[in-house]
Write a protein that binds this ligand. Sequence first.
Ligand code: SAM
Length: 468
Amino acid sequence: MGNELVQLTVRETEGLLASARVPQPAISVPLPGRLRTFYIETFGCQMNVHDSEKVQGVLLARGMRPVEDHAQADLILYNTCSIREKAAQKVFSRLGAFRKGNGGAGKVIGVLGCVAQQEGERFFERAPQVSFACGSASYSKLPQLLDELEAGGRRVCGLSLDTDECFETELTRRDNPFRAYLTIIEGCDQRCAFCVVPMTRGPQRSRASQKILAEATRLVDEGYTEIQLLGQIVNAWQDPSPARRSFAELLSCVAEIPGIRRVRFTTSHPRFFTPDIVEAIDAHPALCDQVHLPVQSGSTPVLARMLRGYTREEYLERIQRIRRARRPISLSTDIIVGFCGETRQDFEQTLSLMQEIEYDQVFSFKYSRRPSTLAETLGEALTEEEKGQRLAELQELQRQIQLRRNQALLGETFEVLVEAYQPRLGQAVGRSTTNRVINFPGNPADVGRYLMVKVTAAGPNSLVGVRA
Ligand code: SAM
């Protein structure tokens, strides 16, 4: 999903997936300099996870080696998220350990991503143990910045947002052996009042369709059967090449690559959710039966204050279009509770929208005030406690909806891609095209296969089944 919060270290991803790794591209290895080993920890969304995969590709191409424990690393990198205050604080707690325990002696510590961009050069004052800060808009300059670090640079930074380049690397080191992330658009030009992303990821830059299709084809040749197209606003993608493909045409082209089984895309913005996207899903079974369409609020006045660019009714029109698709499409969304000036009545509008749509999954958050956003200047009516109460109420409603919807699937059979095997439980973990997780008795050899599974039990967050 577009907004799953993940926090994966090299060790965790390798441990989970080691059983079925597809071959990584061959890398020509120059002699490493004084930085021979690296450790990278990632916070935040799939875009951050994939950025870290690309950063790892650059480091491996320099002859550096990943290690599982930061104590063994010459270069320690934290790829950070600042979408909410809590996420941003995590990196400072990580860095605190180095100050107290002095475990950072002889190591180069770097901070990547949104917090690096947001704090800028202040980072070096706030956390003197950090000698490298780089925002995602400057990743294309990583090789030069690493050269500076190798040469002993103490305050090396890549913080310019003035870029029209995408972060291209041939040597992306993908952690998941089945689902490959593929960035099609970077940055964001929207100005949602609550959101820090345009300030941390820079202006919108779309990749040319030929480059995207060449990468997708290469991924299929390497053995991937599922591709997830990524962008902060993935459907705002505009082909900069003379082919001038629309986003829906791009989806169709990716879905038509021989050998591809599943294509997902995230995150879509309702403003750019045009009817041809649903037509493309209708025409191509490889486009998954799943759309993630963040609504943020069910109240039109709140949406207007958020500068989302649509009303409740316009959002519902998009949903009706998706509901009219030939296949049943599973729907998920993001919701913020307690945005500036949200009244009880506004909040109830959000609850009624959820009851009307019956999402299959909702990612819900308490509003968190972020620096340099428009909403920073708006007054907040609710305390943290009140926001927490609304969040709990919303999540309980959604739990009941999910349980009801999942129980309605009892006895149905789904094709799942098996993503993992849990030896302790003797269970395989599969995912349906609708993005539902189904656990069923299996064995390690199932990992990576597409299998038919019949649903025998249902909880709010996952299903249980048996091989059909
Ligand atoms: N770019 C996407 C969009 O605009 O739909 C999603 C970006 S963000 C990584 C994922 C979600 O975090 C948003 O959809 C929103 O629900 C939530 N979010 C963003 N800023 C927030 C804030 N200041 N406080 C609470 N939640 C926030």
